[in-house]
Design a protein around this ligand. Sequence first.
Ligand code: KG4
Ligand code: ZN
Length: 358
Amino acid sequence: MSANRPQTILGIETSCDECSAAVIEHRDNMNQVKSLVTHSQIEIHQTFGGVVPEVASRNHLQTIVPMIDQAIRQAGIQATDLNGIAVTNRPGLVGALLVGVNCAKTLAYALGLPLIPIHHLEGHIASLFIDRDPQDFTYPMMVAVVSGGHTNLHLVEGPPSSWGPEFLKESLVAYSIDDAAGEAFDKTAKALGLDYPGGRQIDEHSEGGNPRAFDFPRPMTKGGNPNFSFSGLKTAVAFKVREVREEQGHENIEGQLLKDLCASIQAAIVDVLTLKLKQAAQEYACRSIGIVGGVSANRLFRARLHEEFSIPNFTAAREYCTDNAAMIAAAGVFRHEQSLRPSSEEFFLINALASAEF
Ligand code: KG4
Ligand code: ZN
């Protein structure tokens, strides 16, 4: 494939509670988003305090076709103009993944297009390269993938064109031994009585709060272990919340107290993430750093990155941090360019894989 010939890739993402389709045009080394449409199921799952897998799959079934149709129309193209279809096929809720994968498979087969299966975390890392030329980055780059299910550090040694099939496995230098950072946000928010998903709620309620009001633990920041642990923080917050409720004699936590608790929780999580990212970047002599995934939308995390790192630091635009199909299409562009796509025999074997293994 000629590097200069523009490529138009459709991306599909249904691994959890966002049903998303996007069209990306790759031209002159740049990934330009031509359309991105996302149907979020957050309001549906809020009633249950978290994602209900069967409800998620059923909802994806209803919204996937209109999402794809809208993405293609908004991009101002016809389905026949596409050069490939990228879809998240792992990891995630298996019923939810199946909806996207089978829709992508059917479309690819009908249109005679390559089907490009994408690992969700590779999609998150690819979000850094939307609207940017990968050659403009300085490598090695330490990238923190911080989502609801993962808190990983990946040593990215070159642009996506150099990533091998085992890229995620080979680049992994740290991970969470228990809860992910996003999970810590979600569970502590729930303890405070805030809605799901808790990360954005804590971010918003932290405004005007004192981050030093409560001294929550910064787990595993001493001793040189590069991995993360957030379950201790979750427990510490649960105990404090119970104590606060007993002291005030009622359940509702609101006003300045809520703000102070949120700001203190956020400060603890962001401190851990920033510190460990810094240590790993130093250890591997990185020339740049990046943060991706839902938690990278956090305003304090983004601000701290710019304050604390003297080497170039990269974030995706906030709309590309939480789950979206533009990042899947971006990863699809790179995999398509490398022709790391399945042969026709393998096509039929592509399936949804729930496993979080790389
Ligand atoms: O990447 P993502 O959209 O989905 C997964 O792959 O898991 O990440 C979702 C996570 C949730 O835990 C959510 O609470 C968190 O990202 N999140 C945030 C913010 N926005 C989303 N955490 C902190 N601050 C935010 N502004
Ligand atoms: Zn995600």
